[in-house]
Each structure stands twice: as structure tokens, then as C-alpha cells.
Design a protein around this ligand. Structure first.
Ligand code: BES
Ligand code: MN
Ligand code: ZN
Length: 492
């Protein structure tokens, strides 16, 4: 799919399908829209009347104009009221338009939407993101690859001449999101710790990052007993991935992004039972997928920030070598953990990854993890939980998420609940009581960060959707990539 920032308007563009974004206030028709209506001998007004189109957010109407005129099909997409217009409104409207063009088998699409906040660059970025992300389909594991072939070959962003840079930025961002989606969607016999390390190597190669992969012996030397405890039953060797992006000049800030990278989570000896969703546990590397996706984008966009991308990857399996409920592990900061539940494995791998990240001397650390089912109970499938003791970092992440349209909600790190993790034998247990399970998980992680501003995102819900989303097909969403990238770019 090719994008063009065009100086044409809805009156001068010609092609297969013209889609116009209409705010509630743009009706009754005036200005260019009124003129377009005249040229169409009143058909636009008829369409509005017949479909009772009011410009309500998400409403659509389509009209076949015929092959003889400059445009063959006309679509309207409602944007709601002018004041409520956000980048996310434009992203969703572009997605709706692109799907409409696909359904109508159009090869060229002209998008005519209002500029948000007098910012044509952000507008072009949002429109590009929405169209690409909505039409991405994954047929890697189907034998009939043409099943859902996309007929839309050209997208023209009308009245956005000169916005080529914003378009390529959006394209780079989408590549990262699509990489994350593909990593999450691929089955656990394909995406393994070994394959993730290979993916990291490809990113390093193509985007100019440096890659360090710590093998089991390296992790042993660093005393990563918590991570290695989880990894010990797998037949596949653990790979601790550390990608580094360094800008050319002096970095304005040094950041670390850490992703949970469990390529499969059986639960271990506390095995996940029937109805637990064990067959979906390929998604348990969603944090690592977002981390690698963000690495790819940052490597392309080259901001003036140093960023470390880290994941302690493995799978949580059972065998004669498996971690036993009751085992005590020692993490790389010397803290001891009584494993009272082998299914709370993500926090064990993150413990050593966070210690490693902090040793790099970064200014802030953000981790993403499909950490707890409890977070899905609290916030549902669409919203990630944000946990941080640092109000400044909470604000940075929330602002980035607001811009990207990825939903999150801050939850409290109630210190008193750490009592639930007290162990008779060790410094702490790895799980507490069921109530507040996402909070105790965060308090556990906090034991492995010693003063560096740190935020944890529990993404167990939004990594995957069962039904079609605003700009994703059912399945992996690539959640996190756009918020992470926006956070990094805002620091540069
Ligand atoms: N990977 C799971 C969390 C999860 C659940 C991710 C659903 C995606 C969808 C995590 O390792 C886990 O098993 N958590 C346990 C923690 C419990 C043992 C304290 C859970 O949420 O049940
Ligand atoms: Mn688990
Ligand atoms: Zn898990």
C-alpha cells in the first residue's frame, strides 16, 4: 500500500473511492461539501437524508457514483463533535475508510479529513497509522494466502501536501506494531527464546542497534537465579536479550524498556487447568514483542535518546527438572524468593531483567508484561494497568498513551499489601492472596528496582482481542509499541 500526501482536495481528486470525514457541525452542507454536492447533482445531500447521517462518531454512509465521473464511490465517516476531535478519532476514521474501500474492492482511496489542532503532521501520521493497521492481515499460517488479499493499493491524504515525513514516520511505527502482532500471533512452536534472539539480531542488523544475548552460563555468572529457575524445565535454551540504541551525539536521556518474554506459559507444576486459557499462552511474550517492535521503530526514527531493550526470554514448562512449588530462588540482587506458585513465573523473569536494566544506569525503566489475570478482571480486555511509585513517570506514560490511543489506567501500589508476600523462609514469596493480585505482583517487581524511576504496565488484557477492534482484526493487537515509541520520542 502506497501513501501520498496530496495537494488535491475532495473537489479535485479523482480515483476509486473518496471518503470524507464529517463533523456534526459540518452539517448542513456548506463550503467545499456544498460544492461537491452540487457537482454530484444533489446526490450527497440525498445520501445524508436517506441514511439520516448526522456526523455521529463512527457513523458511515456510502454511495456508488458510477464509473464515468472522477470518483466512483463516495463514503462518509462521522467524526462526532469538533471539540471532541482527537488524533485517535482520525486514526479510527481512517481505519473505517480503509475497510470501506477494501470492502468495495477499490484500488485507490482518497481521504479527506479535517486537520486536528492545526497540526497537519500529526493528522497525516494518524491517518496513515489507522489505514495501515486496519488493513493488516496475517495469513502466514494459512495455506490459502490470497484469501484476504487487500485490493487497496494507493491511499491519498487529501489537502496534506508536504507531509511526507509524517507519513514515513507513521509507516515506521506501523512496521513495529506489525512485528509485535506477528510475534504474538505466531504459535509457541514457532516463536521461542531462540527465534526471539534471531529476531533481535535482524533488528540490530537492519536498524543499527547493538545486540548482546546472554546465554545460560552468562546469566548464571550474573546470579540470575529467579529467571533461570523459570527456564530450567524447558528443552529450549534461555536467551536474555539486550538491544541498545545509541544516538550519534550525547543522548538527552537514557531509558530502558523491559518486556516479559514467556513464549509459552504452561503454569509449570502449578499447571494451568481446563478453562484457564492455557492454549492462548503464546501471548505471554506480548511484552517482549512490544519491546522488539519499539526497538525496530526507534532504530529507524533515530531520536536523541539512548534506549535499552531487554527481555529475559524462555518458556514455563514441566519436566523432572522443573521448578517445584516451595523452591527458594536467589535473584541477581541477592534477594531470596520462595516460589509458592510456579504459575507466577513472569515476575521471576522480570526480577532479574529489572536488576540488569537498573545496573545500566538509566534515567527511567518501563516494563510491559502479560503479568496477571487479575488485571483483566480489574480493567477488562481493552485497558492496561499502569503501576508506578513515580508520579512524573506516570504522567509521561499516560500522555504518551493518550496520544497513541492505547488505553491504560493507573492502579495503586498499596504498600500494605506487601504483607501478603511475606515468607517464613525467604525474603518474600512470589504470590500473595487472590484479591489485589495485580497490585501484589507490582509490589513484588518493586523489590528489584532500587531508586530508578520505574513504571510497570500489565498488558494481559489488551495484547489480544477476540473481536475486531477499531484498527485491528481479531487477534494480536501490537499493544504498547505506539505508546513506548511516543514516550521515547517525547524525551528527545
Ligand atoms: N501469563 C499469566 C497471566 C495471563 C493471564 C496473561 C491471562 C494473559 C492472559 C501469568 O503468568 C499467570 O499465570 N498469572 C497468574 C498469577 C497467579 C498464579 C498469582 C494468574 O494471573 O492467574
Ligand atoms: Mn503464569
Ligand atoms: Zn505468564
Amino acid at each position: 500500500m502506497e501513501f501520498q500526501a496530496s495537494d488535491k482536495t475532495c473537489l479535485t481528486w479523482s480515483g476509486d473511492c473518496l471518503v470524507i470525514g464529517v463533523c456534526e457541525e459540518s452539517l448542513p452542507l456548506a463550503g467545499m461539501m456544498a460544492e461537491l454536492n452540487e457537482r454530484l447533482t444533489g446526490l450527497l445531500q440525498d445520501l445524508i437524508d436517506e441514511t439520516e447521517f448526522t456526523g455521529k462518531d463512527g457513523a458511515t454512509a456510502t454511495l456508488r457514483v458510477g464509473k464515468q465521473g472522477p470518483v466512483h464511490k463516495l463514503g462518509l465517516v462521522g467524526l462526532g463533535s469538533v471539540e471532541s476531535l482527537k488524533p485517535e478519532t482520525l486514526r479510527k476514521a481512517a481505519a473505517t475508510a480503509a475497510r470501506l474501500a477494501r470492502k468495495e474492492k477499490c484500488s485507490s482511496l482518497g481521504l479527506s479529513l479535517p486537520v486536528w489542532n492545526n497540526d497537519p503532521a500529526l493528522t497525516a501520521q494518524a491517518l496513515t497509522e489507522g489505514s495501515i493497521l486496519a488493513l493488516q492481515e496475517d495469513s502466514r499460517f494459512k495455506s490459502d494466502k490470497d484469501e484476504k488479499a487487500n485490493p487497496v493499493q494507493q491511499v491519498h491524504l487529501l489537502d496534506l501536501a508536504g507531509q511526507e515525513a509524517a507519513v514515513s514516520k507513521a509507516q515506521a511505527i506501523c512496521e513495529g506494531v506489525i512485528l509485535a502482532r506477528e510475534l504474538v500471533a505466531a504459535p509457541p512452536n514457532v516463536v521461542t527464546s531462540v527465534s526471539l534472539a534471531e529476531t533481535a539480531a535482524e533488528i540490530a542488523q537492519s536498524c543499527g542497534l547493538t545486540l548482546e544475548v546472554l546465554e545460560q552460563e552468562d546469566c548464571e555468572k550474573l546470579g540470575m537465579g529467579a529467571y533461570l529457575g523459570v527456564a530450567q524445565a524447558s528443552e529450549i535454551p534461555p536467551k536474555f536479550i539486550h538491544l541498545t540504541y545509541k544516538p550519534e551525539g550525547t543522548p538527552k536521556r537514557k531509558l530502558a524498556i523491559v518486556g516479559k518474554g514467556l513464549t509459552f506459559d504452561s503454569g509449570g507444576l502449578n499447571i494451568k487447568g481446563a478453562g484457564s486459557g492455557i492454549e492462548m499462552m503464546k501471548v505471554d511474550m506480548g511484552g517482549a514483542a512490544a519491546t522488539l517492535g519499539a526497538a525496530k521503530v526507534i532504530g529507524r526514527l533515530k531520536p536523541e535518546v539512548e534506549v535499552h531493550f531487554i527481555s529475559a526470554t524462555t518458556e514455563n514448562m514441566i519436566s523432572g527438572r522443573a521448578l517445584r512449588p516451595g523452591d527458594i530462588l536467589t535473584a541477581s540482587n541477592g534477594k531470596t524468593i520462595e516460589v509458592n506458585n510456579t504459575d507466577a513465573e513472569g515476575r521471576l523473569t522480570l526480577a532479574d531483567a529489572l536488576v540488569f536494566a537498573e545496573k545500566l544506569g538509566v534515567d527511567a525503566i518501563v516494563d510491559l508484561a502479560t503479568l496477571t489475570g487479575a488485571c483483566i478482571i480489574a480493567l477488562g480486555d481493552d485497558i492496561a494497568g499502569l503501576f508506578t511509585p513515580d508520579d512524573g513517570l506516570a504522567q509521561e506514560i499516560s500522555q504518551a498513551a493518550e496520544f497513541s490511543g492505547e488505553k491504560l489506567w493507573r492502579l495503586p501500589m498499596e504498600e500494605k499489601y506487601f504483607e501478603g508476600l511475606k515468607s517464613l523462609a525467604a525474603d518474600m514469596k512470589n504470590t500473595g492472596p487472590r484479591p489485589g493480585g495485580s497490585i501484589t505482583a507490582s509490589l513484588f517487581l518493586k523489590q528489584f528496582v532500587n531508586g530508578t524511576p520505574w513504571a510497570h504496565l500489565d498488558v494481559a488484557g489488551p495484547v489480544w482481542i477476540e473481536k475486531e477492534g477499531p484498527y485491528h482484526s481479531p487477534g494480536a493487537t501490537g499493544y504498547g509499541v505506539r505508546t513506548l515509541v511516543q514516550w521515547v520520542l517525547a524525551s528527545s
